[in-house]
Ligand binder design. Structure first.
Ligand code: ADP
Length: 481
């Protein structure tokens, strides 16, 4: 226990409080009796009441206050003050003053202990939830303040006064522009500010924080914002771990199913092809004989036709497999399919630091579609858009998504502010296995086109270099049932 704590403990122990109160009270009583200074003694009693309200517990304080009242009365009786009319009036007056001050001191003591308790609960809650408070005041000069928990999040000593320079020193360099944008919003007196960014500690550890702030008071040339600063590192890490395992899982599933599919296609086609070669060679042998055996030749040709039909059947099956069956198409609300796909992509959009502008303008449009396939198309277009904007650093990364109904069709437009596509490669975009990415497969857009055409729609792209790319697809509307 520190010296100060020990001293406090010593001071607050009830026995010592008793002794101190009796000693001071006795001394005042003695002064009062011996020197006959009524007004001065009342002042001493008032001072004693105030003092004890500050340092003693409620029960000790009440006993001290009661003691003062008793001593004041005892002194009055001992001096036979009741014999004089004027002295009685003065005594009653002093008694009322002392009692009123006792009540007031008691009230303020209760209020301040409630305040202390609330503060302790508040600080405890901040520590538990890893949420601190922060504030910025913009007047003649810019001033910052923060709670203990905020200084712990920033890992500065508790007694350090925060400044913009200290805050910036902890911001992850790539996220400085996010913080600068938030400061601009503060300067523009925006009503609500929400930012999420990373911090980098002196030992290289990365923290993720989220801050929401609102103006507390503002008048001409002055504004104060208060905000909550949350350390979301743990939830970010688990979110990222989940995202990585999901991505890995879908990659493994895709490769496994593609590998399995390729193996089964090879097997299904190899057998009839081998039979075709054998039948062709037999046919040649029967014809090359000095006397060709036309019956055997006919039989071989029949086998060739049978095996060719088999190969063609296998290919028809593969087509059906890639297109799914008609039975999975149901009537869907177009905007719902789009917003569900967006919800699935929220993590990617945030991860790529992309601002999304969503305008769902076809609330009544119904379509007949395979929901999963359509989501696959939308997700693929969003992934491509986010990837196309990854290299953009000199302007805002904006993903704009709009739905509408035009000429009896439901329309979805997905536009990005990426670097665009050159006119030479634009016509090849939907070709299978066309890719410009080092690890791309180049089948995403060709699958998108086959799904949209299978649903009776159209898909196209337009692009301007250094401005961005816009993919549009349309689907026929279904009459609402
Ligand atoms: P992948 O993404 O595997 O390359 P895709 O078929 O989805 O396959 O895309 C084919 C190519 O189209 C991409 O490699 C890229 O060059 C181009 N592309 C697609 N979407 C965009 C876009 N929004 N902006 C710029 N280029 C794009």
């Amino acid at each position: 226990m520190s010296i100060i704590k020990r001293w406090e403990h010593f001071f607050l122990s009830d026995a010592v409080a008793w002794l101190a109160a009796i000693a001071v009270g006795g001394m005042i009583f003695f002064l009062n009796v011996s020197l006959d200074l009524d007004a001065a003694s009342t002042l001493f009693y008032i001072a004693l009441v105030f003092m004890s309200a500050d340092i003693f517990t409620v029960s000790v304080f009440l006993i001290v206050a009661l003691g003062c009242l008793v001593m004041l009365s005892a002194n009055f009786i001992a001096n036979e003050g009741y014999l004089d009319q004027d002295l009685v009036a003065g005594f009653v007056h002093r008694l009322i003053v002392l009692a009123a001050i006792t009540l007031l001191a008691l009230r303020s003591k209760k209020a301040s202990s409630l305040l202390r308790r609330n503060e302790a609960v508040f600080l405890g809650a901040q520590k538990l939830s890893r949420t601190g408070s922060v504030g910025i005041i913009i007047g003649r000069e810019v001033r910052l303040w923060w709670s203990e928990e905020s200084s712990r999040i920033f890992e500065y000593p508790l007694d350090v006064t925060p400044t913009i320079a200290l805050v910036r020193a902890r911001i992850y360099p790539e996220d400085l522009r996010i913080v600068d944008r938030a400061l601009e919003q503060v300067a523009n007196h925006q009503d609500f500010i929400e930012v999420e960014h990373r911090l980098v500690m002196p030992d290289g550890r990365i923290k993720h924080v989220q801050m929401n702030a609102r103006p507390l008071s503002k008048h001409v040339g002055y504004i104060e914002y208060v905000g909550a600063l949350m350390d979301i590192t743990a939830s970010k890490q688990s979110e990222e771990a989940l995202f990585h395992s999901q991505a890995k899982l879908s990659e493994v599933t895709r490769l496994t199913s593609m590998g399995e599919l390729a193996a089964s296609i090879a097997h299904e086609i190899n057998q009839p092809l081998a039979a075709l070669i054998t039948s062709g060679e037999c046919c040649k042998r029967w014809i090359n004989r000095p006397e060709p055996n036309l019956d055997e030749v006919r039989k071989s040709i029949d086998r060739i036709i049978q095996n060719s039909v088999r190969v063609s059947d296998v290919i028809t099956c593969i087509r059906a497999l890639s297109r799914h069956s008609e039975a999975q198409r149901t009537v869907e609300r177009f905007d719902d399919v789009v917003s569900d796909s967006l919800a699935l992509m929220q993590h990617d959009i945030t991860f790529h630091e992309v601002r999304s502008q969503i305008q769902l303008g076809a609330p009544d449009a119904m379509i007949r579609a395979d929901r999963i396939q359509l989501q696959q198309v939308i997700i693929n277009l969003i992934i491509n858009a986010c990837q196309a904007m990854a290299s953009v650093h000199d302007r805002a990364r904006v993903l704009s998504i709009q739905t509408s109904v035009r000429e009896g069709e439901a329309v979805l437009e997905i536009a990005d502010s990426g670097d665009g596509i050159s006119t030479e490669i634009l016509p090849s975009l939907f070709d299978p296995f066309f890719t410009t990415k080092p690890t791309g497969l180049g089948i995403g857009l060709s699958i998108c086109r086959s799904i949209i055409e299978f649903h009776g729609g159209r898909i196209w792209v337009s692009s301007t270099l250094k401005i961005g790319t816009r993919f549009v697809f349309t689907l026929p509307l279904e009459r609402e049932t």
